[in-house]
Write a protein that binds this ligand. Structure first.
Ligand SMILES: Nc1ncnc2c1ncn2[C@@H]1O[C@H](COP(=O)(O)OP(=O)(O)OP(=O)(O)O)[C@@H](O)[C@H]1O
Ligand SMILES: [Mg+2]
Length: 248
């Protein structure tokens, strides 16, 4: 469903993403972890056709996303790290707009939308987007993507700003989406989220994929049990962190 070959992005002198290979199949939830500035958002932008790679290839649903942008983008959903939405629209106007853009004015989508609005406890559709908090916009964004039931969903730190209940709801919805055969690629800093949800985890550090596997496999590679320790070890920060903490 998602395949990246030798994916690379260079900004001036900085190699933000360095020859990364990713392969994610149907029904899989893939969590992409890595320190701040490691290259997660840049990778996600290239996988979703928002940013052209310097080198490499991206296939989504078996096709090159840069050669078939409209066809592929219609079938995927993207929840970016900062929900970019028209501030002067009201909540319900935004959802209506999305449904018309994707030509999804059918009853099934409307029913799904209403159920999602209920389950996320959204009671602010009459308010303008510019009046909404980050979490409120995030929930609206999630509804606008999930109501379309796209085959592949990309989410960049989706739980930032979400309250405890909304996070639990999101996890359940993502699990359901995958068990219905959908594919999910998400970035997160919340190790519990990755552990709870993902079939497979990729760890990127300084633009390079440093490890990939199930939670069990990563524990084995790192020789550590605790996922936080696994992360610190695999991103090469173990020694550095210990030295710095000793100095304090
Ligand atoms: N448009 C840009 N122009 C120049 N450099 C950029 C640009 N976007 C990202 N970078 C650089 O690329 C690197 C990777 O950034 P990216 O946003 O992909 O990191 P990230 O893993 O998503 O980090 P975070 O966890 O903080 O969201 C960083 O060094 C960043 O400064
Ligand atoms: Mg990011």
């Amino acid at each position: 469903m998602i395949r990246a070959k030798s994916l690379t992005k260079v900004f001036g002198e900085k190699v933000a993403v360095d020859h990364i290979d990713i392969e994610i199949g149907e029904g899989e939830i893939y969590a992409f972890l890595g320190p701040n500035g490691a290259g997660k958002t840049t990778t996600l932008k290239m996988l979703t056709g928002v940013m052209k790679p310097t080198e490499g290839e991206v296939l989504v649903l078996g096709k090159d996303i840069f050669k078939h942008p409209v066809e592929i983008k219609r079938q995927i959903g993207v929840v970016p790290d900062e929900p970019k939405m028209y501030p002067s629209l009201k909540g319900w106007e935004f959802l209506k707009f999305i449904r018309s853009v994707y030509r999804m004015d059918d009853e099934k989508t409307e029913e799904r939308m209403k159920n999602l609005i209920d389950v996320f406890g959204i009671n602010y559709l009459e308010r303008y987007i510019f009046e909404m908090s980050h979490g409120m916009k995030q929930k609206l964004m999630l509804v606008s993507v999930l109501m379309r039931k796209p085959k592949v969903i990309f989410l960049d730190e989706p739980s930032v700003g979400l309250d405890v209940i909304a996070t639990a709801v999101l996890k359940e919805l993502l699990r359901k989406h995958a068990s219905d055969g959908g594919t999910i690629f998400l970035t997160t800093h919340i190790l519990d989220m990755a552990q709870d949800l993902a079939n497979r985890i990729g760890i990127i550090s300084n633009g390079k994929m440093v490890a990939e596997g199930t939670v069990g496999e990563l524990r084995e590679i790192a020789g550590r049990k605790d996922l936080e320790e696994v992360f610190i070890k695999l991103t090469g920060n173990e020694e550095k962190l210990r030295e710095m903490l000793e100095r304090l």
